[in-house]
Design a protein. Structure first.
Length: 532
């Protein structure tokens, strides 16, 4: 309920628009084209299903699916840990995973259904392998295939399956290798047909420094689990808590192993293989923005850390005092992690305002906007709408409804959204301003009685303008500034500075689908006349 309440005021974000703009209809290419090197077959299929069932006016159906996957993953982690440590440690592990706030992108951004789905099916595969029978192996193969179909993170669990087959080869034979081989063959077929077209970032430098990446990723995941990090673009553990915590944990485990107080589960090696594969592959493909502490990597890393710790401690039964201490730590970690979760929500909420305002501007200008008009960062005020252009968006709105503000709601939106809507609207209509030298006050005002207004020196109250042409004649003197806004309340987002005194500017505003007038302010030292 917490996640759904946080998601109630959010809309589609960043990469989700690539699916909504380019993959709205079911086709082989829509399902199998890679996205950032990942296979996204199941996320695209889910997006298409939700789009046709519920439309595009609300993102809540996506949030419901994401929350369901997160809950299901927590249940499977609970089962995994309970088999090794008992019910109370299992409950604590599930709580830590559900409240891993630094992984807010995975918890509050439905596009990350890909990563979450891969983890869900991967943990389910590991549980199926524990059956050690033909039915369990068959289910493991199916679950591995589903993990790979959610995202290429499934390769980490394929490595776990390979290790399990090799580990159990003497007792169970190698015939069960099919459970990993068949899904990997299908993944290879996808890569040969579509996946190789994606831009890759593997380099010798990335490979050589990948051990450091793995150490940073393990540190970041551990720190995120216990509530010692926040939402930041700086390395998680910048206060040295993460590295110190990881070193302390490893030292304690090494000492316990030396004293033979630990008897790790044989299932430790598949879990370690999954974690190592995930972090090494991420390190091999590193580029700026994909740091080891990136929020979207923390959920999978945290889940794998929990599995590894459970396997390391398998068979131990903590006493009452230890459970009380662990419970207190869990409660503190969950409470601490609400802070980055809320910060993540606030970031997405601000992006939601910009998204709905920018899209509202496109809809208002739909009668004249160029279909190729795009929401570039300079126009949109955010870099997260680069997949949206007017033609495809308006087509999607016709088919599936609109997530944008109505003109009435845009007028009541936060000011920064209204400011950006004016910028988008000016480019989408488009609003034009052409200045020519000469002219002067009164030069063309004759015969325009009743349609002209004199602007006193230094400016005056803003003039209300409708669509059409307005002629602005500046008296000779210092350069002037012409300002224009519509939905913004206090700012004038559209500014033309240094307009030469004595010149004439023709301002043209195409008609659109909103009744709200534009407001024109002219700051001229010698005054001006506006006609039209």
């Amino acid at each position: 309920m917490l996640l759904l309440s946080l998601a109630a005021d959010l809309t589609f974000f960043q990469d989700s628009w690539e699916f909504l703009m380019n993959r709205r209809e079911l086709s082989v290419d829509a399902l199998l084209q890679p996205h950032n090197e990942h296979i996204v077959l199941l996320p695209v299929a889910i997006e298409i299903l939700l789009l046709h069932a519920f439309g595009m006016s609300s993102a809540m159906p996506e949030f419901v699916v994401l929350t369901a996957l997160l809950l299901a993953t927590a249940v499977l982690v609970f089962v995994y840990v309970r088999r090794r440590l008992g019910e109370w440690p299992a409950l604590m592990a599930a709580v830590l995973l559900l409240f891993v706030g630094p992984a807010w992108q995975d918890l509050l951004w439905p596009f990350e259904i890909g990563f979450v789905g891969s983890v869900l099916c991967g943990v389910a595969m590991l549980l199926a392998l524990e059956r050690e029978d033909a039915r369990g192996d068959a289910w493991a193969g199916v679950l591995l295939l589903l993990s790979l179909a959610f995202s290429s993170l499934g390769l980490a669990f394929a490595a776990a399956a390979i290790v399990d087959v090799a580990q159990q080869r003497r007792r169970l034979g190698l015939r069960r290798a099919y459970l990993a081989a068949l899904p990997l063959l299908l993944y290879a077929a996808w890569y040969a047909g579509w996946g190789h077209e994606a831009e890759g970032h593997v380099s010798l430098h990335n490979v050589l420094v990948s051990p450091r990446f793995v150490l940073e990723a393990a540190t970041a995941a551990t720190e995120a689990l216990v509530g010692m990090s926040g939402i930041t673009d700086q390395p998680v553990g910048q206060a040295a808590w993460g590295p110190a915590l990881l070193v302390l944990l490893l030292a304690a485990l090494a000492y316990a192993w030396y004293r033979r107080a630990l008897r790790p589960s044989p299932r430790l090696w598949p879990a370690l293989a999954a974690a190592a594969t995930f972090w090494f592959l991420a390190g091999f493909n590193f580029i700026a923005g994909r740091e080891a502490w990136s929020s979207r990597y923390l959920y999978a890393g945290a889940a794998l850390v929990l599995l590894i710790v459970a396997d390391l401690l398998a068979g131990t039964r903590p006493g009452r005092r230890a459970l009380l201490v662990a419970g207190a730590v869990t409660a503190l970690a969950a409470a601490s992690n609400l802070v980055p979760l809320r910060d993540g929500h606030d970031f997405l909420e601000a992006q939601t305002v910009l998204t709905r305002a920018d899209l509202a501007a496109i809809e208002i200008a739909r009668d004249s906007v160029d279909p190729s008009f795009g929401l570039t960062p300079e126009v949109a005020g955010t870099p997260f709408l680069i997949d949206v252009n007017a033609g495809e968006y308006l087509e999607a709105v016709e088919e599936h409804g609109s997530p944008a503000y109505t003109p009435a709601k845009l007028a009541g939106a936060p000011e920064y959204g209204r400011v950006q809507a004016d910028v988008v609207l000016a480019g989408a209509l488009p609003v034009s301003m052409q200045t020519e030298g000469g002219g002067g006050a009164g030069a063309n005002s004759a015969g325009a009685e009743g349609r002209c207004e004199t602007i006193p020196p230094g400016g005056g109250r803003p003039l209300a303008l409708r669509s059409g042409a307005t002629r602005i004649e500046l008296r000779p003197g210092p350069p002037a500034t012409i300002r224009l806004h519509r939905f913004a309340a206090t700012e004038f987002p559209l500014v033309s500075e240094g307009v030469v005194g004595g010149s004439t500017t023709l301002l043209h505003i195409p008609s659109d689908r909103a009744r709200r007038p534009w407001r024109l302010r002219i700051d001229a030292a010698r005054g001006a006349t506006a006609c039209g």
